[in-house]
Design a binder for this molecule. Structure first.
Ligand code: GLA
Length: 347
């Protein structure tokens, strides 16, 4: 068990970026970089004990800066979309950056994904990254301090713990945007992965990928992933999937009560790798990488459409504009805390 600190280059403005590599006793390892508090690599064993990187992203800082679709990044203060880049809070309207289609706010326009965080080694398993952001940046109220801890346990669990404090009432909804392919770096498709999501309903969307507000039953739809289903089997099969070009939807996690629970399991038959995702949040965005368009990734291989997938734990998209969704309001002086675990085993 160890944590190693390495240089990961510098931004053009001169700010240096560090990489921390946490290795556990079985030889699994995770690398996190201070640019965007980003998970850059995650090596876990297959059924024969062969360890390989299951994250699709970039080898170097230039890739993360120039060609990134949030690969592995911490997204904050608000992950996912806010309709018309606006919300009202305590009677005031707040205008955000309309960075998608000139209308919608997506991923807080990358605010904290594009900054360099401070990092400290907490112990042999954990690195904590911290950043302060100012009231009003990108339209979001509140001076906030975020910290994200990345822990690799000896049981091959990557645990991500979010903590945020604010000096004004605000909405807080951080996530991590890792793109996985459990077959490793040679596979060019997510289609053969088997996925199960612990959700009886999902949030259908409009043409801007904004939830209509309905919590729709997954019964008799391609969103019924309650039993293991090949990702490729029904990915283009209905009008909702046509709107988003494949799975890119929030699933409402069964039994949400703020405690840690299993929300998704993915198995990759070729390698025997299995990933379980646990969270204390109410939702998980299953995004099948439909917008990936061949940017050069690790080993100079293109990150093609659907070469990987994301399971982004979160409050539902556009929560500030939907009083019927679980609230992500954090009041002045309160502390936001949340945990997500990606657990790796084999079958
Ligand atoms: C999220 C969204 C997707 C896409 C990616 C980033 O997961 O739901 O639609 O925008 O981020 O490319």
């Amino acid at each position: 068990m160890s944590v190693e600190k390495l240089s990961f280059g510098a931004l053009s403005a001169g700010e240096s970026v560090e990489k921390y590599v946490i290795t556990n006793k079985s030889g699994a390892k995770v690398s996190v970089i201070t640019y965007g508090a980003t998970i850059a690599e995650l090596f876990v064993p297959d059924r024969n004990g062969k360890t390989e990187d299951v994250l699709r992203s970039f080898d170097d800082l230039e890739g993360f800066v120039e060609r990134c679709n949030y690969q592995g990044m911490t997204v904050a203060p608000y992950a996912n979309r806010i309709a018309n880049a606006k919300f009202t809070l305590n009677g005031s309207e707040y205008s955000l950056i309309p960075n998608e289609k000139g209308v919608t706010n997506l991923h807080s326009a990358g605010e904290l994904s594009r900054r360099v965080w401070s990092a400290e080694i907490v112990d042999d398993h954990t690195v904590r990254m911290t950043i302060a952001r100012k009231d009003g940046v990108g339209g979001f109220p509140g001076d906030m301090t975020f910290s994200v801890s990345f822990t690799l346990t000896d049981e091959n669990e990557l645990k991500i713990e979010y903590n945020a404090e604010t000096n004004a009432d605000t909405y807080i909804n951080p996530t991590n945007h890792a793109y996985f392919n459990l077959a490793g770096q040679d596979s060019d498709t997510n289609a053969d992965h088997l996925i199960r999501i612990e959700a009886d309903c999902f949030t259908p969307v409009d043409a801007f990928s904004i939830p209509t507000g309905e919590l729709k039953s997954v019964d008799s739809t391609p969103f019924d992933l309650r039993a293991f289903t090949r990702i490729g089997d029904h990915i283009d099969d209905c009008e909702q999937l046509a709107l988003t070009g494949g799975y890119d939807h929030n699933f409402c996690i069964r039994g949400f009560d703020g405690t840690l629970r299993l929300c998704a399991t993915v198995k990759e038959p070729g390698s025997g790798r299995m990933m379980e995702v646990l969270t204390d949040l109410p939702g998980v965005q299953f995004y099948a990488g439909n917008f990936l368009a061949g940017a050069l990734g690790k080993g100079n291989k293109p990150l093609n459409k659907r070469c990987s997938f994301c399971l982004e734990t979160q409050f539902y998209p556009d929560t500030p504009n939907h009083p019927n969704f679980p609230s992500c309001l954090v009041k002045k002086g309160e502390t936001f805390r949340s945990t997500t675990v990606y657990r790796f085993t084999t079958f």
